[in-house]
Structures are given as structure tokens and as C-alpha cells.
Design a protein around this ligand. Structure first.
Ligand SMILES: Nc1nc2c(c(=O)[nH]1)N[C@H]1C(S)=C(S)[C@@H](COP(=O)(O)O)O[C@H]1N2
Ligand SMILES: [Mo]
Length: 314
């Protein structure tokens, strides 16, 4: 069976055009309260998401967890994407306005060969893998998401990072015409990693989930996914990656440094100043689960932090 790449086919071509346009109009006019039920409202089958562009072929990564995956509906309607509102349903209701094509990603800064990649180039840059990762939000909930992507290292190597590049900064798209203007955070949303964290094989450039291109609310068309850190490190809808010498000033760290450290490694032993991080609720479950150090990825990543006091470097 031949699987189409999103470069071959756009969602607007797959979904019958009238339906697609209806849906867009609906998303633009409906308030946050209604839009969560869009699929039902349109009378679409339960797996309405099957209308989105499929990505493939995919290799299943051995770095995946075999835990039960969080349902597609929760993954795509319970989101943090503050540019589109601070309630969990806001991104699904409002992110449809974001134009995700054409899209380019600049990889610049301390690099021998800085370069701008078109989204279609990016998707073809390396074999796509399915990476089923736990995502642990700083708000003490978690999900298990089947991401599609490839190692961020593969992209970074394309531009020949210089030895002076010690950190990597990620800049999200910002458009005040369709996104929040209130300075809840400083816009654009900026995140960052140390270069060895960025080059770690677990860190991926996310291009899809559940076998399809990323829904806008999950950070279309390209985002970062760093599974051993709190979710806020995984910047969505990025337009630039900068190789830099100094630790970048990041959006959440600027907003409240004592609550959101630069490292933000998942750590059950270090509480958020306003709540415990010892346990979490997996979306779809009622019982609480103990939070695991480095979100369960300690074996792979703890060597990155040898000799560092992780109570100090939160
Ligand atoms: N640009 C941008 N990226 C962002 C955020 C945001 O508000 N803006 N929220 C972060 C937080 S707090 C989390 S938990 C994850 C959520 O990703 P998901 O909605 O795809 O599960 O995205 C992260 N990336
Ligand atoms: Mo989060």
C-alpha cells in the first residue's frame, strides 16, 4: 500500500472541500465551548481524524514505551498552547486559524552551514519513526502519545554546529492577529536545551502523531519533543532553531524562574513551589501514578547530569 506524504496531499484535498470549509468556518465562529464537539456536530465517524494526511512509511522505534496510549481525542483536545488561550480546550478551538503551509524553519546561529528548511524538505530529511513517549506536564498530569518524527540531532548535523554552540534555542511562531496578545508569557514562546540534550537520541523533531500530520493544536507543522522533561520544554510550531553560546532566556523561566527552571527535568523529589511533583494523573485514569525520575527515562539520560545538583538546577 502506498502511503501519501503531506507534501503529496493537503488536508483540504482529502476532506471533501465543502466539509473542510464548513469546518473552518465553524472553527472560526464557534466559541471554545462548542468546538470540542466538532466531530460529533458534523456527524463524522468516531475516527474522524482519519481524514488528516497520513505520514509514512514509518519505522517503529525501540525507544518507544509499550504502555497504553492516551486516546486521540484527549491528545488533541486537552492541550497547552497558550498562544491560543489558557484553557485546555482553547487550542483545539482556536488553532485552526493558524496557516501551517507554507512553513519554513531556520536553523541558524553558531553553525558552519546555517540553512532554512521548507516543511516539505524537513519531512523528507530522514526516515520517520513512531516514538511512543510519555509526556509529563508540570501540572501533574501525563499522557502517552505516539509521535512521528526523527532525531533532532539529524537536523542539527545538517548545519555543522560550531564548537562554540553550547545551547540550542527554539522559537515558536507568533502572529498577534490570531494569537493571544496579553503578555501571559513573553511572545514569541521561546524554549531551549543544552546542546548535548538537544543531540540526545531521545530528543526528536515532531512532525506528526497517531500516524498523521500534527494537528495544529499539537504544534503543527513541526515541534520539539523531549520526553524526560516537563512538557513546557517541548516548543510547538517552531520557526527557528538557534545554536547559541549562552543559556537562552526561555518564556516560562522569564515568567517565574523559581517555578520553571531551565532544566525542567521531571523529578518527583523536587516539588513545584505550589504543588507536589511526586505523583501524576494519566489522562483517562482516575488513580494517581507515582512520577518517575526523568519521566522514566533515567537509564538513558541521567549520565547527562553527572555531578550536577538537580535540586539546584531545576
Ligand atoms: N509554543 C508553545 N509551545 C508549547 C506550549 C505553549 O504554550 N506554547 N505549551 C507547552 C506545554 S506546558 C506542554 S504540557 C506541551 C503540551 O503538548 P501537547 O498539547 O501536544 O500535549 O506543549 C508545550 N509547548
Ligand atoms: Mo505543561
Amino acid at each position: 500500500m502506498q502511503t501519501l506524504r503531506p507534501s503529496d496531499i493537503l488536508p483540504s484535498e482529502i476532506t471533501p472541500r465543502a466539509l473542510f470549509e464548513d469546518r473552518r468556518r465553524f472553527l472560526q465562529s464557534a466559541g471554545a465551548t462548542l468546538a470540542a464537539g466538532t466531530a460529533l456536530w458534523l456527524g463524522l465517524p468516531h475516527d474522524a481524524h482519519a481524514a488528516a494526511a497520513k505520514l509514512g512509511p514509518l519505522a517503529h522505534s525501540p525507544l518507544s514505551t509499550d504502555e497504553t496510549q492516551t486516546g486521540y481525542k484527549s491528545v488533541t483536545t486537552y492541550n497547552n498552547f497558550y498562544e491560543f488561550g489558557t484553557d485546555k480546550e482553547d487550542p483545539a478551538a482556536n488553532a485552526g486559524k493558524m496557516q501551517v503551509r507554507p512553513w519554513t524553519l531556520r536553523v541558524e546561529g553558531l553553525a558552519g552551514k546555517p540553512r532554512t528548511f521548507d516543511i516539505d524538505e524537513l519531512i523528507k530529511l530522514a526516515p520517520l519513526e513512531e516514538r511512543i513517549y510519555r509526556l509529563r506536564c508540570v501540572e501533574a498530569w501525563s499522557m502517552v502519545i505516539p509521535w512521528l518524527g526523527f532525531p533532532l540531532a539529524t537536523l542539527l548535523k545538517q548545519v555543522d554546529p560550531l564548537g562554540s554552540a553550547k545551547y540550542v534555542e527554539f522559537v515558536s511562531h507568533y502572529d498577534e492577529k490570531i494569537m493571544m496578545r496579553r503578555p501571559v508569557l513573553e511572545w514569541p514562546y521561546v524554549e531551549g536545551l543544552r546542546i548535548d540534550e538537544a543531540m540526545h537520541p531521545l530528543t526528536i523533531l515532531g512532525l506528526g502523531l497517531y500516524g498523521e500530520v500534527l494537528p495544529n493544536q499539537n504544534g503543527a507543522p513541526v515541534r520539539i519533543v523531549v520526553p524526560w522533561k516537563y512538557g513546557f520544554k517541548s516548543a510547538k510550531s517552531i520557526v527557528a532553531i538557534r545554536l547559541v553560546e549562552k543559556q537562552p532566556a526561555t518564556a516560562w523561566n522569564k515568567a517565574a524562574a523559581n517555578e520553571y527552571g531551565f532544566y525542567a527535568n521531571v523529578n518527583p523529589n523536587v516539588d513545584h513551589p505550589r504543588w507536589s511533583q511526586a505523583s501524576e494523573r494519566r489522562i483517562g485514569e482516575f488513580r494517581k501514578r507515582p512520577t518517575l525520575k526523568f519521566n522514566g527515562y533515567a537509564e538513558q539520560v541521567s549520565s547527562l547530569y553527572q555531578g550536577m545538583d538537580l535540586r539546584k538546577f531545576i
